[in-house]
Design a binder for this molecule. Structure first.
Ligand SMILES: Cc1cc2nc3c(=O)[nH]c(=O)nc-3n(C[C@H](O)[C@H](O)[C@H](O)COP(=O)(O)OP(=O)(O)OC[C@H]3O[C@@H](n4cnc5c(N)ncnc54)[C@H](O)[C@@H]3O)c2cc1C
Length: 449
């Protein structure tokens, strides 16, 4: 695309503000519209989740935008999962065998503000308090409403929808062309709770881990924040037993939490207030077949592919989208073609991470309790050490290897899982498995796949 184009982005969340930075750096004139007021001046509720796990894919995108160092200054490294059992016993399961295989806890609000600052600094024209309400694609005109319901028209050349899972741009596109939109509710929701810092502003649990209380059909997790607190998220069935509906009375929920997570509840002095005030969030997967409309509109991030949060990849995937779109718009003068290539490249990867995120819920809440799971993890590491070019654990491919597309991680992961299943059959420990023979078999099977 030639320099100096006029590009319009709807949604100044995580993807929209990063994309604005990338496009402005290319020399495009960028208008960025956000329905809420400027979060740098107003206290905005955190919304989706207070903190997020940032992994290598997201970090690669931030590095590309020259923003990684800044984000690292407030990101906390987590080296593994700290598993808490019912008796309060803990066990650390590292994410990878190398010291740099860590994921990072970042505060959503702080990350968003950093990206907005960068967008401002690169000359992006940011319009806060502007909610997209209508799109006239024939007339190339958008209409935004402010909080007083005043209308603000805006003429566009290309409009990019980064307005999240409930995307207004997607709805406007869908009104004139069939996009093939399917939403698959998970049937489980989430509730955020917190563990505040101790009296000395220190952490009450190990801050170098993502804490998990796996309980089979449900779980709670906790990520550290730089102020010494942890944000905990309970994931639970909506209608089942136990379930959010059944436990809607705060006293019933408290009794349930005390039974299931006694060590965590001991660290939650604000629990009663939080149970009375915090809403239960919706979780589901959004599939959209068509992300583009000619050369006029394109969707990315959650607007095109919202996923369940169990692989900690929604934002990471959205950040990958921004880098891909920026690159393809620069590579192709034919904009409709660039958008089509973008969709062709990203859609299979979005579908793959959606599937792996659903699968990871089962792993986090249930499989981590099975000794066989830990045996397979141990064997994975041995094979990775012996065959670094052929065998990389699926979790590591997703979290630490941005050069491997999600779709490839899914396919390789399936072959590896079948192999691990076979190699650990009838074994309780690594000691009885011949690692030489296992690695020969892995080499033969993975090479011939
Ligand atoms: C509980 C939970 C935990 C998660 N944890 C992780 C994690 O650990 N790691 C990870 O990578 N991902 C995680 N995610 C996913 C992540 O939050 C999303 O994938 C990410 O926010 C997507 O970014 P986005 O910019 O596409 O959408 P959003 O962040 O939703 O941003 C959309 C923006 O558009 C604005 N907007 C909406 N409608 C309009 C309109 N009509 N007009 C103008 N503006 C509008 C919104 O106000 C918002 O600013 C989690 C999600 C949830 C729910």
């Amino acid at each position: 695309m030639k320099h100096g184009r006029h590009l319009t982005i709807v949604g100044a969340g995580l993807a929209g503000s990063l994309l604005a930075v990338l496009l402005a750096k290319r020399g495009h004139a960028v208008d960025l519209f956000e329905r809420y007021p400027d979060p740098r001046r107003n206290k905005i509720p955190a919304g989706r989740s207070i903190n997020l796990a940032l992994a290598e894919r997201g970090r690669a995108a931030l590095k590309h935008a020259n923003l990684l160092e800044q984000v690292e200054s407030f990101a906390l490294p987590m080296a593994g999962r700290m598993l808490h059992d019912e008796a309060g016993q803990t066990r650390l399961q590292r994410y990878g065998q190398r010291d740099d295989e860590v994921i990072w806890s970042v505060h959503r609000g702080q990350l968003n503000q950093t990206l907005l600052e960068a967008a401002d600094a690169h000359g992006v024209n940011i319009h806060f308090d502007r909610r997209l309400s209508e799109a006239d694609f024939d007339g190339n005109r958008l209409r935004f409403l402010d909080s007083d319901e005043q209308t603000h028209p805006h003429d566009f050349e290309l409009v990019i929808g980064c307005d999240g899972a409930g995307s207004a741009l997607r709805q406007a596109m869908q009104a004139v062309t069939e996009l093939g939109v399917r939403e698959q509710p998970l049937g489980h929701g989430y509730l955020e709770l917190s563990i505040p810092p101790d009296a000395n502003s220190g952490f009450r649990m190990d801050p170098k881990a993502l804490h998990i209380w796996p309980r089979g059909g449900f779980m709670m997790i906790a990520l550290p924040n730089p102020d010494g607190s942890f944000t905990c998220t309970l994931f639970l069935d909506n209608d089942g037993e136990p379930g959010f509906k059944q436990l809607q009375e705060p006293a019933a929920m408290r009794a349930f939490l005390e039974r299931q997570f006694p060590d965590a509840v001991d660290l939650m002095p604000d629990l009663d207030r939080e149970l009375a005030e915090h809403p239960v969030g919706f979780l589901g997967t959004l599939y959209v077949d068509a992300w583009t409309m000619d050369d006029k509109a394109v969707l990315l991030g959650d607007a095109a592919h919202a996923i369940v949060p169990f692989h900690g990849q929604g934002m990471n995937a959205a950040f990958e989208d921004t880098v891909a779109l920026d690159r393809l718009l620069a590579e192709h003068d034919d904009r409709a073609h660039a958008l089509k290539v973008f969709q062709d490249e990203r859609k299979p990867n979005a579908d793959a991470i959606a599937a792996m995120a659903l699968d990871n819920y089962l792993e986090m809440r249930d499989r981590v309790r099975d000794p066989r799971f830990h045996l397979q993890k141990a064997l994975e590491w041995e094979l990775e050490k012996r065959l670094p070019d052929q065998f990389i654990p699926r979790y590591a491919m997703v979290m630490f290897h941005p050069e491997i597309p999600y779709s490839e991680a899914l396919a390789r992961g399936e072959r590896q899982a079948a192999l691990l299943q076979r190699l650990t059959e009838g074994h309780d420990s690594l000691e009885t498995i011949s690692l030489e023979a296992a690695s020969r078999e892995a080499q033969a099977r993975l090479a011939s796949a």
